[in-house]
Every structure is written in C-alpha cells, then in structure tokens.
Design a protein around this ligand. Sequence first.
Ligand SMILES: Nc1ncnc2c1ncn2[C@@H]1O[C@H](COP(=O)(O)OP(=O)(O)OP(=O)(O)O)[C@@H](O)[C@H]1O
Ligand SMILES: [Mg+2]
Length: 256
Amino acid sequence: MNTKIAIQNLNAYYGKEQALKGIEAQIPAGGITVIVGPSGCGKSTLLRCLNRLLEETNGVRVTGQVLLDGEDIYARKADVTEVRTRVGLLAPKPFPLPMSIYDNVSYGRRIHGLEKLERRNGRSLDRKVEQYLRAAGLWDEVKDRLHDPASGLSTGQQQRLCLARALAVEPEVLLCDEPTSALDPISAQRIEEQLKLLSAETTVVIVSHSLRQARRLADHIIFLWMGNLVESGPSAQMFSAPRDERTRAYLYGDIG
Ligand SMILES: Nc1ncnc2c1ncn2[C@@H]1O[C@H](COP(=O)(O)OP(=O)(O)OP(=O)(O)O)[C@@H](O)[C@H]1O
Ligand SMILES: [Mg+2]
C-alpha cells in the first residue's frame, strides 16, 4: 500500500474532553477512504485534524503526528496555508460565496495565488473554471449563466459548486464531511459519482454515517468508536470479515 497520510498517536481535546484517543491509521494514496462510526465517535474531529482545521475551534488541543507524504503537518516548521492547499475540504452543507458561479470557482485560485499566471490571460482562467465545473459534474447546467449569482442554484447544484471550488486549488487530498447529508437522493448520487471519478487521481477521505454509502464508495475503511480506532483496512475485508466484535455489531445494525 502506498500511504498518503499516516496518522500516529493522534489525540484531540476540546477543553478537558478527549475526543480522539491515540489514533493510529494509514490512508492509502488514491481511492476513497471512508471514516465510519456512531454519532459523536470523533469522525469530524479526525477529518479536521487532517488539514489542521480543527485548531481554528476555541479550546482545542491536538497532539501526535499526521504525516502527509512522510512530512508531519504538525511540525513546527510546517506551513499551515500550504497544508490546507494540499488538503482541501468539502463541508456537509454548501456555502457558496456571495458572488457569481464563475467567481466562486476562481476564488480559490485567487486566494492561493495560483491565478497570477492566468490573470494576464483571461481565457486560460476560463478554461480552468470550465475544467473544475466539469469535474464537479455541474458544467452543463451552468455554462450559459456563469456570471449569475451562485445563490440562484439549487442546494444540490450549490454543493457541486463547492466541490468545483475545492478542486480549483488542485488538492492532493480532498476531505469530505458527510458531503451528501444535506442533499436529495439524486443530488447525492451525483456527488458520489463525481467523488468516485476524482478518486482516480486524488486521495478522497469521506466521513459518512451511512453504511450503505460506505459500501458503495469505500476502498478503505476507518472505523471509530468513542474516540478510539477500532479497526481499519480494505473495505472488502472489513465488510466480509470484520475482526472486532464492535465492528461486527455496527455492521449488523446492533449499534449505531
Ligand atoms: N466544538 C466542540 N466543543 C466541544 N466538544 C465538541 C466540539 N465538537 C465536537 N465535540 C465533541 O467531540 C466528540 C466527537 O465529535 P465529532 O463531531 O467529531 O463526532 P462525529 O463522529 O463527527 O459525530 P456525528 O456523526 O454526530 O457528526 C463528541 O463527544 C462531541 O460532543
Ligand atoms: Mg460529524
């Protein structure tokens, strides 16, 4: 297994409450890793440790290591902005910026300084915007109204727009926290399809409370339970022959 992210003895605290307890896990390069487990077990907390977003929350403390391509993102010399460019995030609810569809996609490139090269050549930025809207499965629906406000899109379209915006900085890893939980079934399916396609080139990490979604999408599973890692491994093995009693109970619907 070619490891993209290695999590080593990771602990996270909200004040005195310890939400993650000595997590050890590996996330393979490419494909989809799904983090599953009952509500409150620490899935979102773990996800947000992977691009150092958790520390934006008041009173949070994180200890341990998260190695991205072998380099600890928590090292003193690590550049947090660079980490967040390399490891992007798609939130559960779409939050389009109060600007046009086009500007929502190009925004990420602007703030990350990637657009400098393109500014002199508007057409090259146009091509990029098209590329990411296509990758998010939204292009055909918006190509004739790129300069309309993003707020006019449906919720499902807005989530795909947020996906395009996240992709526009060309992250190596895309973190998605319950990316379809606010969507109707058809919109959810479209996001799933796009994530599956993207995972050919990008390492995708998804938090899901749906085992059916995990079955559909996961190449690799991380199972958390009350802040502990219970089991992680290839999805096929986990679903057919879970090693831990708690995983088995969760999979068979006895808990969760
Ligand atoms: N901002 C916060 N302040 C204090 N405690 C928090 C905060 N966010 C989460 N927690 C606590 O940390 C633990 C893990 O929460 P987390 O949100 O990571 O769980 P989760 O697995 O994502 O749950 P869900 O499936 O409900 O989204 C919970 O006990 C939760 O109450
Ligand atoms: Mg959560």
